[in-house]
Design a protein around this ligand. Sequence first.
Ligand code: FES
Ligand code: FES
Length: 180
Amino acid sequence: MPPSTSSDLTLSVNGEKYTLTVDHRTTLLDALRERLDLTGTKKGCDQGQCGACTVLVDGRRAVSCLQLAVAAEGREITTIEGVAEGDQLHPVQQAFLDLDGFQCGYCTPGQICSAIALIEEHAAGWPSAATDDIRPEAGPPPLTPEEIRERMSGNLCRCGAYVSIVQAVARAAESKGAAA
Ligand code: FES
Ligand code: FES
């Protein structure tokens, strides 16, 4: 018998379980958009270069165009559709709204997912390439615009909303006392 080219799997997305049969080559991005109709996550380059497809996998950011759906089974996936609490926007969403971090919106879902994880990574003390003192005892560096730019550098915005995006990420991080 030839080896099977598809599998049944259960994906946990935004707190809901979805059972589906996928070709083994199906990316998580295509499964979300085409099989689960969660089209908030965008396909930009489909090559891991633009960040438009960023989702959270077990709370960490992942470019879903580079991950196979079958590898996401058993993980908790959060897409842009799942970051608000009912009618209550996530603080990062609210900050983007208040500070005009949106433009065409194509990159925005990925920017917001990335920013949510960025704030957690920073609070947990993860350094970035822009961090001067990476000794663990130095603790998280101030979340300066330079730090935010470096940590968001995997997310491209071709219409140039970067200034507003940096301000929005800083605003959302302020509640943790992290922004400089
Ligand atoms: S679509 Fe995934 S990184 Fe561009
Ligand atoms: S808002 Fe248009 S590409 Fe970023």
